[in-house]
Design a protein around this ligand. Structure first.
Ligand code: GLN
Ligand code: ZN
Length: 757
């Protein structure tokens, strides 16, 4: 049995990769300095696998930005607007595609399958593909020369590459295969000529439900590769879900199939028992979770391996993570500020490689050869499992006592709408914002000083209150109808709540790449989540105390907190979402009890947990919606629940959005060119809705007439009595001057629109 992996984090242990990119983009390094540093990082990246004792080491998983962009560029797929003359793509053009420049907007970025990694969407235009450069070959040569590694090039499969690209009509998919396939084969032939033995071809899209036509395309691609590049062994790699038609997949002329045994709900082990594994085929057994931060239960994994080996020849099994380790931090070994029992249960990429080796040695040389590491692992997990904060009997009991009444408001929207109109006496087309106001360097500095202990709590609190007061006065002067406190006390909308709820811990250096050089440090939900103290009452109540206008309280919703964290793996996502929801419900109660009777519960990440298989999506949406309603259904009829979502591709989810039963939703529309309004109209959305009338992602201040145009257009379709006017997202990344000016324009636009009603 041998070990391999599918890719290692690119960012480096100290995020040196990010720093190198940013130095270069800032013009502080020239291209040769940048390339020199990148090669050093790439070499270090390879050495992680070498020193980690991995048998079959991937190459080409490293990139200067994103692996899909690399593929696009390799095939010369540079959109016309970048003025690329043909041939190999320069570094400037490469980064212009990623980030945009003065002449051309960047390529679109979107989520990589169901992860929080974002890739650049290749634009497959009219131009014919050609082999602009052979990136896998370069990576293979680099690894051989710089680390003595006989690498396994990692390449995105042609089927998934095209499925995840845009710019062609759906009915020309087969034409696209015909035009790309010869170039793809040529790339592989060059690898073959170089003496490459294995390639890993990633086909994550094979876990979607596929049509008969799709299956034929896949066969066409892999048959062409097998006949034209016979000297190379192909590991056809899938991940993130179960493959439904394993039997058919195994009929493809490839040398191995890689499966995810972690996110397959047990489907693959079961399938192995039911089908006859072709004895000449390799199995890439994804046994270690490549997406979560937990140490593996090696005893359990050894049992899985035993089952696997009842069906697959032992010398044809490759032990590997379930997917690229891109989605986890490089290491958790240095997280010594954590409670040791929690730290002991964590594993970053480096630790996951070690786990693979332990499993391999246990299988090849017997468990006695790895007695000590096996024992250590078992011990660590046992200690962790018995940790007090893991199981809170109160939480379990409270959740068990819930029923439909806890997730249903006491009156229908129609009744609430009337009662709320009486209570609040707002003008038609009320104006508000999404929550945050500019986080200036001054605000960030104050927080830093306080966190370092240089500022006392009361000093920091006074500072935050000053910010809130100034923010309230500004909103009053602008003439907004519903105010917010500004979120100055929050760095991040998930971290802020995680720090105050039981069940969360935070790492010092647990960064993972989100897109390009942007990294995030997800909180870790290790135990039962519970409410311990009011989290937002103090600031919101202070804001309300200094103004006669309503102040809207501001919470992050349970599904967003869940989807942006590393979550414990012994409970279902639904169970954890309910725990978070129960805790937030108490916060809602506390706000209401303290006179805050408009409360916004943000769910920007609702869509992010959507399962890859269409057949599983409904179930997810059902429990996600229920978790949201558990938070919000506790309030009086007159208390107004708002929610906010900030990406525009919600069109297929409108019934679920409506099922949230929020009195008002504010939603981003400025970047969806009005399509979203139409979707809401077609659906005849019946609740309160605020459509973002300007794009906060740019410092540009839009004219009043641009906003009135947006409003008028929406009012042709939507009921003016349910319509709100707001920017399309929080303002924390903006500066004050442009914020004030834009909001003044927005209020003016609202006045004009009201006058015309
Ligand atoms: N209330 C948050 C803010 O205004 C919402 C952020 C978001 O939508 N991502 O910043
Ligand atoms: Zn938003």
């Amino acid at each position: 049995m041998i070990t391999s992996h599918l890719g290692f984090p690119r960012i480096g242990e100290q995020r040196e990769w990010k720093k190198a990119l940013e130095q270069f983009w800032a013009g502080k390094w020239d291209e040769s300095e940048f390339r020199f540093e990148m090669e050093r990082i790439q070499q270090r990246h390879l050495m992680e696998s070498v020193q980690g004792g991995i048998d079959l080491i991937p190459v080409g998983d490293f990139t200067y930005y994103d692996h899909m962009l690399d593929m696009a560029v390799m095939f010369g797929m540079v959109p016309k607007r970048f003025g690329h003359p043909g041939g190999a793509v320069t570094l400037d053009t490469y980064f212009a595609m990623a980030r945009g420049n003065e002449q051309a907007t960047a390529c679109e970025m979107t989520k990589w399958m169901n992860t929080n990694y974002h890739y650049l969407v290749p634009e497959i235009g009219e131009g014919e593909p050609y082999l602009a450069e052979n990136k896998p070959l370069q990576a293979y040569r680099f690894a051989k020369a710089r680390a003595g590694v006989e690498g396994k090039p990692v390449i995105v499969g042609l089927y998934s590459f095209l499925k995840l690209s845009k710019g062609y009509a759906a009915d020309s998919f087969s034409q696209k295969i015909s035009s790309f396939l010869p170039v793809y084969v040529e790339m592989l032939r060059q690898l073959e000529a170089e003496g490459v033995k294995w390639v890993q071809i990633d086909e994550p899209c094979l876990v979607w439900e596929s049509s008969v036509a799709d299956q034929a395309y896949v066969r066409e691609i892999y048959e062409a590769i097998a006949t034209q590049v016979p000297g190379i062994q192909v590991m056809l790699q899938t991940y993130f879900e179960a493959v439904d038609n394993l039997h058919d997949l195994l009929q493809l002329p490839v040398h191995g199939v890689g499966l995810d045994f972690i996110h397959d709900r047990g489907v693959h082990l079961q399938a192995l028992k039911e089908i006859a594994w072709p004895q000449d085929k390799w199995l890439g057994a994804g046994l270690i979770d490549g997406r979560n931060i937990w140490r593996a239960d090696l005893t359990e994994k050894l049992k899985w391996i035993e089952t696997i080996c009842n069906h697959v020849p032992k010398d044809k099994v490759i032990l590997q993570p379930s997917c690229s380790l891109l989605h986890v931090p490089v290491t958790t070994r240095n997280e010594d500020a954590l409670e040791p029992m929690i730290q002991g249960a964590l594993a970053g990429a480096r630790e996951k490689l070690q786990e693979l080796n332990i499993l391999r040695d246990a299988c090849n040389k017997g468990t006695s050869s790895v007695e000590k590491p096996l024992w250590e692992s078992k011990e660590a997990l046992q200690q962790f499992r018995s940790l007090a904060g893991r199981h809170r009997p109160d939480t379990a009991a409270e959740l068990a006592g819930l029923d439909v009444r806890h997730v249903t408001r006491s009156a229908s929207f129609a009744v609430r709408h009337r009662l709320q109109a009486e209570k609040w006496q707002l003008p038609t087309l009320p104006t508000t914002t999404i929550g945050s106001f500019p986080q200036t360097p001054e605000v960030r500095r104050a927080r830093r000083l306080w966190r370092k202990g240089e500022w006392r709590d009361d000093q920091y609190e006074a500072f935050v209150n000053e910010q809130i007061e100034a923010c309230i006065r500004t909103q009053e002067e602008i003439g907004l109808d519903v105010l917010v406190h500004g979120e100055f006390e929050r760095t991040d909308m998930v971290e802020f709540f995680g720090e105050k709820l039981a069940g969360f811990v935070f790492t010092k250096n647990g960064w993972v790449q989100s897109y390009g050089s942007r990294c995030v440090k997800p909180p870790i939900i290790y135990g039962d989540v519970a409410f311990t103290e009011a989290m937002t009452v103090k600031e919101t109540q202070f804001a309300q105390s200094i103004t006669s206008r309503p102040v809207k309280g501001m919470l992050t919703g349970p599904v967003t907190i869940l989807n942006w964290s590393f979550v414990r793996n012994d409970l279902s996502s639904e169970q954890v979402a309910n725990q978070i929801a129960l805790a937030l419900r108490k916060e809602v109660e506390a706000l209401e009890a303290n006179g805050i009777e408009m409360i916004q519960v943000d769910e920007p990440a609702l869509r992010e947990g959507l399962p890859l298989k269409a057949s599983r999506q409904e179930l997810y949406l059902e429990w996600a919606v229920r978790a949201f309603r558990l938070v919000t259904s506790v309030v009086r009829d007159t208390t107004q629940i708002h929610t906010h979502m900030c990406y525009c591709d919600f069109h297929d989810m409108i019934p679920s959005i409506e099922a949230l039963d929020a009195d008002v939703i504010s939603i981003e529309t400025s970047r969806s060119h009005g399509e979203l309004i139409e979707h809401f109209e077609t659906y005849a959305y019946k609740l309160g809705i605020g459509l973002g009338v300007y794009d906060i992602h740019s410092p540009r201040v839009p004219e009043v007439k641009e906003m009135t145009a947006m409003i008028n257009r929406a009012l042709q379709l939507l009921n003016p009595r349910l319509f709100w006017i707001n920017p399309d997202c929080g303002l924390k990344t903006r500066g004050w001057p442009e914020t004030i000016e834009a909001l003044k324009h927005m209020v003016e636009a609202a006045h004009q629109a009201r006058a015309e009603l």
